[in-house]
Write a protein that binds this ligand. Structure first.
Ligand code: PLP
Length: 367
């Protein structure tokens, strides 16, 4: 016989999931309602309103995909791309490669442009790619979790709109922790996750389409090649028709609603500022013990910091000791940066100075 579940209490300072506010966990413990219960539908409406606030958008089609960030990524590409569309994907890390692979599976003619892992794209290089390929969609990751780079997005929509291109942005590691203003920045399609800046468990992932993106979806000649993620079908459940589509993960939506409520109570600008201040504290403390950041300060993400593993140090062994002896999780490098960096997340509920202090104390002892 198995003993009851017994999970260690860890401080999750890796690339996500991050720790969840106990208020959010308690919300998950609420008994489920039916997925068409008017009280539950009211909670879904609140989620939509709160997602619009956190993303700073008025997009009517804004809701949660039942799945992790990758499911929301699939939903966004499935609804944005028609077979044969030219799609430019800006690749500067692991998740850019995932976008390329996915866009190809939806039948796009993908033109990938590349940037060194650890640097953002310049506006000129993106302009050049748009003018050369005149794509239907330009896809880019705002916060590249594999490198810790923040990609400036201001001004890209003018370049896109001049060529009828939809601007599609991955905000998985930025939403809730890094300034992002979808409408002001003219972003047409975006997706995110629940387990990072929103400080919620993984499993209900924000998704939004602008009117421009929705117009393209309505004009497409064939069906969206994925029934579960077809926004026109999902809309019938999330919108006014309230038609059964799939059984919503009720308790996940409770958690998302509470996580978003807490963020709204704090105020999104205050949350952005808190992330920035705690990240700067982390960077100064790491530098004080002789460690080097991988990304130039101007483009460093406040949510996810890549720290170079010093010569002669076994980064994996250090991370393992932090986990097993100190109950602190930090991430290792992904893809090209495997073995070269640690990835330290300060996201959502975890973005607090006492967590920086706890990590630094452990780091000093282990190093
Ligand atoms: N995009 C980015 C930038 C990510 O960091 C991640 C996950 O860390 C994903 C997409 C995929 O999200 P998930 O792992 O929740 O499916």
């Amino acid at each position: 016989t198995l003993s009851p579940l017994n999970v260690p209490q860890r401080l999750l300072l890796g690339p996500g999931p991050s720790n969840v506010n106990p208020v959010v966990l308690a919300a998950m413990n609420t008994p489920p309602l039916g997925h068409l219960d008017p009280d539950f539908l009211g909670i879904m409406d609140e989620i939509q309103t709160l997602l619009r606030y956190v993303w700073q958008t008025q997009n009517r089609l804004t809701y949660a995909i039942s799945g992790t960030g990758t499911a929301a990524m699939e939903a966004t590409l499935a609804n944005a791309i028609e077979p044969g569309d030219r799609v430019v994907v800006c690749v500067k890390g692991y998740f850019g490669h995932r976008l390329v692979d996915m866009a190809q599976r939806y039948g796009a003619q993908v033109h990938a442009i590349h940037q060194t892992w650890g640097q953002p794209f310049s506006k000129e290089s993106i302009q050049n790619a748009i003018e050369t390929h005149r794509p239907a969609v330009l896809a880019i990751v705002h916060a590249e979790t594999s490198t810790g780079v923040r990609q400036p997005l201001e001004g890209l929509s003018d370049l896109c709109q001049a060529h009828g291109t939809l601007l599609l942005v991955d905000t998985v590691t930025s939403m809730g922790g890094v300034p992002i203003k979808l409408d002001e920045w003219g972003i047409d399609l975006a997706y995110s996750c629940s387990q990072k800046g929103l400080a919620c468990p993984p499993g209900a992932s924000p998704f939004t389409l602008s009117d421009r993106a929705y117009a393209k979806l309505q004009k497409r000649s064939g069906k969206v090649p994925n029934w579960y993620l077809d926004a026109t079908l999902l809309e019938k459940y999330w919108g006014s028709e309230r038609v059964y589509h799939h059984t919503a993960p009720i308790n996940m939506y409770y958690a998302l609603r509470e996580a978003l409520r807490l963020l709204a109570e704090e105020g999104i600008e205050n949350a952005w500022e808190r992330h920035q201040q705690n990240a700067e504290y982390l960077w100064s403390q790491l530098e004080a013990i002789g460690l080097q950041m991988h990304v130039a300060k101007e483009y460093r993400l406040p949510t996810l910091t890549t720290v170079r593993i010093p010569e002669g140090i076994d980064g994996k062994a250090i991370a393992r000791r932090l986990l097993l002896d100190y109950n602190i999780e930090v991430g290792g490098g992904l893809g090209e940066l495997g073995g070269k960096v640690w990835r330290i997340g300060l996201m959502g509920y975890n973005s607090r100075p006492e967590n920086v202090d706890r990590l630094l104390q452990a780091f000093k002892e282990v190093l």
